[in-house]
Design a protein around this ligand. Structure first.
Ligand code: SF4
Length: 76
């Protein structure tokens, strides 16, 4: 389970976030490109936009469930 005390600094405010357990596998960026990006040095992913519709919410949930190290959280 992701740790909200360990959120990566680049996340925008809101329910979804990545934490520093991220291993930069890119899965969330592929699954939910409207919401996740890799940071500039590609060391971790982050949420650059919170989901704004049901389609994006589903994609974020899919990414959360599929993240291999449980580095994606939803505290909304
Ligand atoms: S799926 Fe998880 S480990 Fe992979 S880039 Fe996204 S947050 Fe990082």
């Amino acid at each position: 389970m992701a740790d909200k005390a360990n959120k990566v600094s680049e996340n925008v405010p809101g329910p979804y976030y990545c934490d520093y357990e991220c291993i930069a596998c890119n899965l969330c960026v592929d699954t939910s490109p409207e919401n996740f990006k890799m940071n500039d040095d590609e060391s971790n992913a982050y949420v650059y936009k919170q989901p704004e519709n049901d389609e994006e919410k589903s994609a974020c949930e899919e990414a959360l469930d599929a993240c291999p190290v449980e580095a994606i959280g939803n505290d909304g």
